[in-house]
Design a protein around this ligand. Structure first.
Ligand code: ZN
Length: 200
């Protein structure tokens, strides 16, 4: 329950409190912060919130988040189209890009297969991936999925679908602890995992 008698302030606090990791006290601090700042600040905050909803789309090729279609990575003529890095989420692309070591392009699955949670292969972007490979320019598929039970299961499922095609399927070396997530890996761990790819 919100005890704030000023309605607009109460609504702002409520909105902040819905953000992950923000409790009532932090929400109150943030709301008062906005109140103290100039109107321009509130306007640019509001505009930034709307822009991420209005301007960001999924790339029609790799499904990464982007403001242009195809995304800057897919549109970059210097990226190696022989090599596709398969990841679960757009934030994994950001992490791998931060290493500067990936020369290829990506394919974002938008999750992993998890039958217990009702997530089936057709809920992911696997069909679009197969279509990219069917077109024939891909030589290596790197399974950069999270080293979890579901991530591994998804990688094996995709590998079996790819057995009909002339592509090498690899995965980053297991520098990452089992059950860990790519987004939390350290840079040096990622670098050695990316350089030391092994066949899947
Ligand atoms: Zn793309």
């Amino acid at each position: 329950m919100n005890s704030e008698p000023i309605e607009s302030l109460a609504r702002l606090k409520e909105a902040f409190q819905k953000l992950p990791g923000i409790g009532p006290r932090s929400a109150e601090r943030l709301a008062f912060h906005v109140l103290r700042e100039k109107r321009d600040y509130a306007a640019s905050l509001a505009q930034a919130l709307l822009d991420v909803k209005d301007k960001i789309i999924h790339c029609g090729v790799c499904y990464n988040l982007t403001e242009s279609d195809p995304c800057p990575i897919c549109a970059n003529p210097h990226r190696d189209r022989n090599e596709i890095w398969i990841v679960e989420q757009p934030k994994d692309v950001i992490v791998l890009e931060s290493t500067g070591l990936v020369r290829g392009t990506y394919h974002v699955l938008m999750g992993h297969i998890a039958p217990l949670e009702g997530i089936e292969p057709e809920d992911l972007t696997i069909d679009a991936l197969i279509e990219r490979i069917r077109r024939g320019e891909v030589r290596e598929v790197v399974m950069a999925l999270n080293p979890t039970l579901d991530g591994d299961g998804t990688a094996l499922h995709i590998r079996s679908l790819l057995s009909d095609y002339d592509v090498t399927v690899t995965r980053p070396a297991r520098g990452l602890a089992v059950g860990s997530q790519i987004e939390y890996a350290s840079l040096s761990m990622l670098e050695s995992a990316i350089r030391g790819r092994t066949p899947l």
